[in-house]
Design a protein around this ligand. Structure first.
Ligand SMILES: [Zn+2]
Length: 179
């Protein structure tokens, strides 16, 4: 049957419904067909070899789909590239919460703020902060991201990673004064 032929039949059959009468006839004519001995596979079995091949095929498919859900390819767990929200959730869950904000040491810590700007999946790259300090830290990080370094030539990592709380506090004071 040519493609052209198929297309013509298909067109002719469009909107065509089979009457109840015809369906009954067809049903009777088909009775018993594809059952038992009429099925070409009836009474036959797959060879052990074929069975093994089918099993391996299934395993490969399963392996492929499970691999897709592991590690870097998992849409939820993306290693060091976890989505912003899920990364923060992960940090909140794993970083011990201190009594006070790690920057002002005054207010209650409510959020985890990223230090390096790289959003690493590392609790040491985050600080528990109050809402206010977090906003201010993000403000500073925006500045540093723009210029790479501050006026003294220090990088974000140098200020927040190595220089610890006192330096951050000092920096925050400067920012507060400027505003
Ligand atoms: Zn604070």
């Amino acid at each position: 049957m040519t493609e052209e032929h198929k297309r013509k039949i298909s067109q002719a059959m469009k909107g065509h419904t089979v009457s109840k009468e015809t369906r009954k006839k067809l049903s009777i004519a088909r009775k018993g067909k594809y059952k038992k001995e009429e099925n070409s596979f009836y009474g036959k079995h797959h060879t052990e070899e074929t069975k093994q091949a089918l099993k391996e095929q299934q395993l490969k498919i399963r392996e492929k789909s499970s691999k897709r859900m592991l590690g870097k390819k998992n849409p939820i767990w993306k290693g060091n590239n976890v989505g912003y929200t899920s990364l923060h959730d992960w940090i909140r869950k794993h970083k011990p919460k201190p009594q006070f904000c790690e920057i002002c040491n005054e207010r209650q810590p409510k959020e985890v703020a990223n230090i390096s700007g790289n959003y690493k999946r590392n609790i040491n790259d985050f600080k528990w902060t109050c809402h206010k300090c977090h906003r201010e830290m993000d403000g500073i990080s925006d500045n540093l991201r723009k210029f790479g370094k501050n006026q003294k030539g220090k990088t974000y990592e140098q200020i927040y990673g190595i220089k610890k709380e006192q330096q951050i506090k000092k920096k925050l004071c400067e920012v507060r004064r400027k505003r």
